[in-house]
Structures are given as C-alpha cells and as structure tokens.
Design a protein around this ligand. Structure first.
Ligand SMILES: [Zn+2]
Length: 217
C-alpha cells in the first residue's frame, strides 16, 4: 500500500489523490462484483479481442463464460480443513504409505489466466489415522481450481495434508502443461513442468525412492 501511495505522490501525471487510490484498492480487494458486472467485463474483453459482443454468436457468451468461471474457480469455496476432517483409525494395523496417483489437475495460471492441465500424485504416511481416499483428490481440486502457480499449488496441497491430517510424512508431485507456454509467447509444445514437495519421512531417501517406484507403477 505504501508503495502505491509513494508512486502517486511522485507522479504528477496521475490525477488521483492518495484517498481515491485507497478507495479503489479496497474496492478491488473486498467487493465481489455482481454477475452483471462480471458479464460486462467479458463483453469488454470480447471488444478488446477485436470482435463485436452484440453479434448473434457472442450474445450469450458473457453468460456462459461467467458460469464457466464458477466451475473453473470453485476451489475458493472449498474448505480443506472440512475436506480432511473425517478420519478413520480402524485400519487393522495398516502402517504403510497411502498413495493416490494420476489425480486430474485442471487449473489456471495466475499470470495469464489460461489452463494448466496435468496430473498430481499424492501420498501420506498415516500416523494411526487415515482419510477417505477420495478426499486426497478433493484436496487437489480445492487448490487447483483457483488462479495458481504450480509451485504454490503443490506446496498448498502438502501443507493442508500436513496440517489437518498430521501424518508422519507427505509427498506431492504435480506434472502439468501450461497453455501460456504452448499457445502464446515462445510456443513450446509438449513441455511438462514437474513440481514436488516431500515432507516428514518422505525426506528420507528410501521413502522417496519407494514413492517414485509406486507412482511409476
Ligand atoms: Zn501463464
């Protein structure tokens, strides 16, 4: 905030006072726009792309885009603590890692807002309690369906499992392709980005090796 105000004071071209900057910043960060405002923003982007938002084929597009955004970004409404709240201790002495591999990742890069698609492999070493297997996929979804960087998403998934499940260790690997790399700028096709977070016992070389062996099948 201070940096914003400093810039206002030293730039005589900006015809705003520090007060209006403060108002705008808080308006942008606190208030969720209405559906009508979101649809109007899509019409602006259509015009920016060079097309006419009033032509027949595009008339319903803002409505569809806003609806699609609700699905793309539904992760903001998910509570990781709630997802991992139900655990079970009745596991007949099971004491090895639980691995879920090949979880679909559908995210959007926070720099260009274009799709990031790939897979996640998640493992944890139970500390007496396990969680329903589908919950691991739901944790991945809760963080993927936001504006993300792959690095942040990978760390957030590991953090949530570590914090709410309290296992002996967590391993998260995300393998994804970024459309901002394949469709714009340098246009590198077939490039996959691999990010990984190993926590607790997965920092031990043996456990890490067992994890890689298991996810490679
Ligand atoms: Zn990007």
């Amino acid at each position: 905030m201070d940096a914003v105000l400093d810039r206002v004071e030293i730039d005589p071209e900006l015809k705003v006072t520090p007060d209006t900057v403060l108002e705008n910043v808080s308006a942008q960060t606190n208030k969720r726009p209405s559906r009508a405002e979101a649809e109007a923003a899509v019409r602006t982007l259509i015009q920016w792309a060079g097309d006419d938002p009033t032509r027949e084929g595009l008339l319903e597009t803002p409505k569809r885009v806003v609806k699609a955004y609700e699905e793309f970004f539904e992760g903001y409404n998910k509570d990781p603590q709630e997802i991992l709240s139900k655990t079970f201790s009745e596991v007949a002495g099971y004491d090895d890692m639980v691995v879920m591999r090949g979880i679909t990742v559908e995210s959007h890069c926070e720099h260009h807002m274009v799709p990031v698609q790939g897979t996640a492999h998640v493992a944890y070493m139970p500390n007496g309690r396990v969680v329903g297997i589908s919950k691991l996929a739901r944790i991945v979804e809760a963080y993927a369906r936001r504006l993300q960087t792959q690095e942040t998403m990978t760390a957030e998934i590991a953090d949530a499992i570590e914090k709410y499940l309290k296992p002996k260790g967590v391993a998260v690997v995300v393998d994804a392709t970024h459309q901002c790399m394949t469709c714009r700028g340098v246009k590198h096709q077939g490039v996959y980005t691999l990010t990984r977070q190993f926590r607790g016992c997965f920092k031990e070389v043996d456990q890490e090796r067992r994890f890689w062996d298991l996810i490679r099948g």
